[in-house]
Design a protein around this ligand. Structure first.
Ligand code: NAG
Length: 442
């Protein structure tokens, strides 16, 4: 009898929470975490994007103690910067570096610290950076913006990788522990859709937008011949220039998604998780203070961002080519040409290593080699992929230091999806990757 009563109580409870009660939340606070996961002048654009995102939140009244910024911080005073202390996110744009909090810089920009910041683990960050973390409760909203290089199921940090499963685990645990009401993530990275595909439930109050599908690169834009680097990334530029232009207390997440999806013609912008969150106004996640529209008109026809859009992985090539074009010193031109040649050779080497690994794992089954090298499976066998990836990262190319190696990971996904094991892959790594440790495979 007691058992029946208990069940009745449980079903009454289920009925009570089943209604629209969840929407009648009291107003909570807004928190933001902004992360640029790369370093070096070549990757100027990632930190420029994140600094711009900070300016948006700041202008819309979000106080610095509710915004946490993680970035290497090696751009503003980089020896290559002709304007020390200045970072711009579009040609002739304003200095977006001004006032950006240096919460976590240099070696403290790690995936572990990011997850600690996000989940409010102040203890775990004692003595690290500013120590600021998201101290959110069940009614709060969290905005997360991640910008960097990526690959299937991974988002790169300057020295190591964030795996999609670790991000999902952290977000699920936060939901379980009622650490937020709603969370919105905007992610710019190659294969950024793979950070959420099959990993983000549609009923935990989390809505994510990725710059690209699970198997597309994201694109850099605004090549600057004077600075010799790209100033932004297409998806980031499009959502932020839209935000700067519009009254975000009136524009919904949904409207922005539609605009950005249409304007970003280089990759497919995608949305994930609990889509109905998109009915809310952008101000819920970017700050509610009214700002005089400082944005420029939407560009029609001649869109300099799109005109210079370049797949993220081709940025080092494009920058070298531009330098060669503008060089008037024959000796310097020769050096640059040699660099470009070296870069191409490095890429060929990385691809050849992956091909040998696949031949080794499949025991030279040529039909299989062909499939594994060319198809693009989604990731379902996470534990195999994760372990094989670690073996590759440790034994062949440290992925955080060799961004080009991120471009050749799909065959590892495919091997796992075809039933090969991480142990088989690890044995191939031992046999094939006998070269000395390398870095700088751009
Ligand atoms: C090619 O790789 C080597 C490491 O083997 C690295 O030192 C070098 O900078 C790379 N060259 C280019 C042009 O990226």
């Amino acid at each position: 009898m007691g058992r029946v009563l208990e069940l009745l109580k449980v079903s009454a409870l289920l009925l009570a929470v089943g209604g629209d009660v969840a929407w009648a939340r009291p107003k909570g606070e807004l928190w933001a975490v902004l992360v640029a996961g790369s370093s070096s002048w070549m990757n100027y654009r990632h930190q420029a994007d994140v600094c711009h995102a900070y300016q948006i939140l700041h202008q819309h009244g979000v106080p610095d103690d509710h915004i946490i910024v993680m970035m290497e911080d090696d751009i503003a005073y980089n020896p290559e910067n002709p304007d020390p202390g200045v970072i711009i996110n579009r040609p002739d744009g304003p200095n977006v570096y001004e006032g950006v909090p240096r919460d976590y810089v240099g070696s403290s920009v790690t995936p572990e610290n990011f997850l600690r910041v996000l989940s409010g683990d102040a203890e775990g960050l004692r003595g690290v950076g500013s120590g600021k973390v998201v101290r959110s409760g069940p009614n709060d909203r969290i905005f997360v913006n991640l910008v960097d290089h990526g690959g299937p199921g991974i988002f790169a940090f300057p020295r190591s990788l964030l795996k999609a499963t670790d991000l999902a685990d952290a977000v699920l645990a936060m939901h379980r522990d009622r650490k937020f009401g709603e969370m919105v993530l905007y992610v710019e990275a190659c294969e950024s859709g793979s950070m959420f595909s099959n990993l983000l439930p549609d009923d935990i109050g989390v809505y994510a937008v990725s710059a690209s599908s699970p198997n597309q690169p994201s694109y850099a834009c605004y090549m600057d011949e004077h600075l010799n680097t790209f100033l932004g990334d297409v998806f980031s530029i499009k959502w932020m220039e839209d935000t700067d232009r519009e009254d975000i207390r009136r524009e919904s997440l949904k409207k922005q998604f539609q605009i950005v999806r249409k304007e970003v013609t280089s990759s497919t912008v995608m949305q994930w998780g609990e889509i109905r969150l998109d009915r809310q106004h952008l101000s819920q996640f970017l700050g509610g203070k009214k700002v005089a529209s400082g944005g420029r008109r939407r560009q029609r026809g001649n869109d300099f961002c799109l005109n210079t859009a370049t797949p993220s992985y081709d940025v080092p090539v494009a920058v070298l080519e531009s330098r060669i074009r503008s060089s008037s010193n024959p000796q310097k031109t020769e050096t640059l040409k040699q660099q470009l040649e070296g870069l191409r050779q490095n890429r060929t080497f990385v691809s050849a290593v992956m091909a040998s690994l696949v031949v080794h794992v499949t025991d030279s089954d040529l039909d299989m080699v062909d499939k594994v090298m060319h198809n693009s499976h989604g990731i379902t066998r996470w534990s195999c992929y994760s372990a094989a990836l670690d073996a590759f990262d440790k034994g062949c190319f440290r992925l955080a230091e060799n961004p080009y190696a991120l471009r050749v990971l799909q065959p590892i996904v495919n091997l796992c999806e075809h039933g090969y094991t991480a142990e088989q892959f690890a044995r191939a790594v031992q046999a094939v990757c006998t070269h000395d440790p390398v870095r700088g495979m751009e």
